[in-house]
Design a protein around this ligand. Structure first.
Ligand code: DX5
Length: 230
């Protein structure tokens, strides 16, 4: 099944991270985020090794896949994703994002993900330079520039990563690639504008969506209003 992946610099996609969702009421959480205007959902998959926390596996995605038409992103914060990514595609992930730091054979892995019928994305930690993915631009549907060190919600946006967002935009333009550029970590109404102005077209937000005092619809409206190029 193909679910729509629309984003542009004029209308950036707003993607709640599920890391801070209430897992005791996951079905209601998914429905609430869809009603609130989310464009997709991002599942933060953590292995307790690449990052200290341990979260969910593919069965969790599968359990709610039938409840929403929103596209699912699986952000794999796991060492050696080669043996595990396909179980997330089988569970209903439309886009699989692997970290460049976690695999020795990125080119091969991205090709495998695409051949399985999913979109392929690659994430870069704040310390990882864009040159790590220059050789795979033609295999990418999305570049995720981490704007915090992965592992926890609620951290402060690392402003120095914006230069890498701009660099990624230039790399895609030079390659005439339609791939998306996503930012994740510390994204809020205060930081969304500069991320978009630097070249991001997809904004992942955890605490800004789940912990907004007026609820998630208000949070997503605020993010949309802030995510403008001017
Ligand atoms: C960090 C995760 C993020 C996190 C974002 O490792 O990948 O998705 O949940 O949370 P906020 O938006 O609170 O920084």
């Amino acid at each position: 099944m193909t679910r729509p992946f629309d984003s542009s610099l004029d209308r950036p996609a707003i993607v709640p991270s599920m890391l801070d969702a209430d897992f005791a009421h996951l079905a209601e959480e998914v429905a609430d985020l869809e009603r609130a205007g989310a464009d997709r959902l991002q599942w933060d998959v953590m292995d307790g090794r690449f990052v200290p926390r341990l979260t969910h596996g593919p069965d969790v995605l599968r359990s709610v896949r039938g409840l929403t038409s929103l596209p699912f992103e699986a952000h794999l914060m796991i060492d050696h994703p080669e043996g595990l990514w396909s179980s997330f595609v089988e569970a209903g992930a439309d886009l699989v994002i692997v970290h460049a730091e976690t695999t020795r054979h990125l080119h091969l892995l991205l090709g495998d993900i695409r051949r399985a019928g999913a979109r392929a994305g690659v994430a870069l930690n704040p310390a990882t330079p864009l040159s790590a993915i220059a050789h795979v631009v033609d295999l990418l549907d999305l570049i995720l520039i981490m704007t915090v060190n992965p592992g926890q919600g609620g951290q402060a946006f690392i402003r120095s990563t914006l230069a890498k967002v701009a660099e990624a935009r230039a790399l895609l333009a030079a390659a005439e690639s339609p791939a998306e550029i996503e930012v994740d970590g510390g994204v809020s109404a205060a930081t969304a504008g500069e991320a978009v102005r630097s070249g991001a077209s997809v904004l992942v937000a955890g605490s800004a969506v789940h912990r907004h005092p007026d609820g998630r619809a208000a949070a997503i409206r605020e993010l949309r209003a802030a995510a403008v190029r001017r």
